[in-house]
Design a protein around this ligand. Structure first.
Ligand SMILES: Cc1cc2nc3c(=O)[nH]c(=O)nc-3n(C[C@H](O)[C@H](O)[C@H](O)COP(=O)(O)O)c2cc1C
Length: 359
């Protein structure tokens, strides 16, 4: 055995033995990560900071209100239950009306940049809730508080009543003529494109793609993410060289997106993964939409490296609980640029039915 082989053998053996031990129980894992994987502490701090800001933000008047979004979502689900429920939401209807009142009053005073569609949706669902449920002391109290706001007489909120933002039947949903074959072809068309024409990208097209991205499912409809889009060449250059994954083509990127997850949408660490799920679901829709608009894209990885995390945080002035999830390069594709074949896995590799893992 050559000396390099012996060294590799020892390193491999060390990893297997050490990882075998530290991964055998949680206490060992915590101790190991505390010493050997510092970035974990950044994530833990971010989760705690997010929780802290969740409570702080609840008292602030922001464009979107997370408690309002979550509770209105819960009311919607209550309204569509089978069999219909005559009394529900007793433990959160007061909080919902309180939150709605704060947003509504600030909107009425015209002092804050409230998301008006969110407010209309909340109003329509609350109105439907109070006209659907039966009498109960808690409901009656919240109803009086809601009715005192007199949103019926508000021109903007009232307009949505006829075409309300309330639960509707499946047969009344919007429909598309897109066929499975169209979608399959689009999935073949979309590839990670790393070579772009050196042209500015129309912001209208990006907005159109975002209209699709925002339709993606998200836990409790919170949508805890932001597409931070950079099309200023100087900024693009600066940001594209932060991650390692764009090495070799960073200088060719016309627009770079930093998709940020906001941990301050959660009051519990149990939801710490949701930012990654929600943002990624929306990113996929975004990339498909870009393709239909003549634009192409490539995801750029965001691994947890302390230095690049710090650099990004400094460059974009991110709060500790705003986590970069991925970056995306986008632009008009250079038709002569090459694309990796990237063989996909067989269906047998990615699916199973009714299978329970053998111990
Ligand atoms: C989470 C994620 C991270 C990625 N990171 C990078 C990256 O850092 N650099 C890069 O050039 N491509 C990156 N890609 C693109 C993948 O290499 C590409 O999606 C994969 O090879 C399959 O090719 P396709 O997208 O053309 O189907 C990433 C993709 C994903 C989903």
């Amino acid at each position: 055995m050559g000396s390099l082989k012996i060294v590799n053998f020892i390193i491999h053996g060390y990893h297997v033995v050490v990882l075998g031990v530290v991964s055998s129980n949680r206490i060992f894992s915590i101790l190991y990560n505390t010493v050997f994987f510092i970035p974990f502490s950044r994530e833990q701090q971010a989760v705690l900071r997010g929780k802290y800001h969740y409570y702080i933000n609840n008292r602030k008047l922001l464009r979107n209100n997370v408690t309002l979004r979550r509770n209105i979502h819960r009311l919607e689900k209550g309204l569509l239950m089978r069999p219909a429920r005559s009394v529900f939401a007793l433990n959160y209807i007061k909080e919902t009306v309180n939150t709605f009142q704060r947003s509504y009053e600030s909107y009425s005073l015209n002092q804050f940049n409230i998301d008006i569609d969110e407010l209309k949706w909340a109003n329509d669902v609350l109105f439907t809730y109070f006209t659907t449920v039966q009498s109960h002391p808690k409901i009656n109290k919240a109803k009086s508080q809601y009715e005192a706001l007199n949103t019926n007489n508000d021109n903007i909120l009232q307009t949505s009543k006829n075409n309300g933002k309330i639960p509707f039947t499946h047969q009344n949903r919007q429909r598309s003529n897109l066929t499975y074959d169209d979608l399959l072809t689009l999935s073949y068309q979309r590839r990670s494109v790393r070579w772009f024409k050196q042209e500015p990208v129309s912001r209208d097209l990006i907005d159109k793609a975002l209209m699709v991205a925002r339709q993606s499912p998200s836990a409790c409809n919170r949508q805890p993410f932001e597409y931070k889009i950079y099309d200023d060449p100087e900024l693009v250059k600066k940001i594209a060289k932060i991650p390692f994954g764009a090495a070799g083509y960073a200088t060719n990127i016309p627009v770079i997106v930093v998709l940020i997850g906001k941990l301050y949408y959660y009051f519990s660490a149990r939801d710490r993964h949701v930012i990654y799920i929600d943002a990624s679901l929306s990113a996929m829709s975004f990339m498909y939409a870009l393709e239909t608009l003549g634009l192409s894209s490539s995801v750029i990885n965001w691994p947890d490296f302390e230095y690049v995390e710090f650099k990004m945080q400094q460059t974009l002035n991110l709060k500790i609980d705003e986590r970069p999830i991925m970056l995306m390069a986008l632009g008009y594709p250079d038709e002569t640029g090459k694309i990796a074949f990237s063989q996909k896995k067989s269906l047998d590799s990615i699916r199973s039915y009714n299978q329970i893992q053998l111990k």
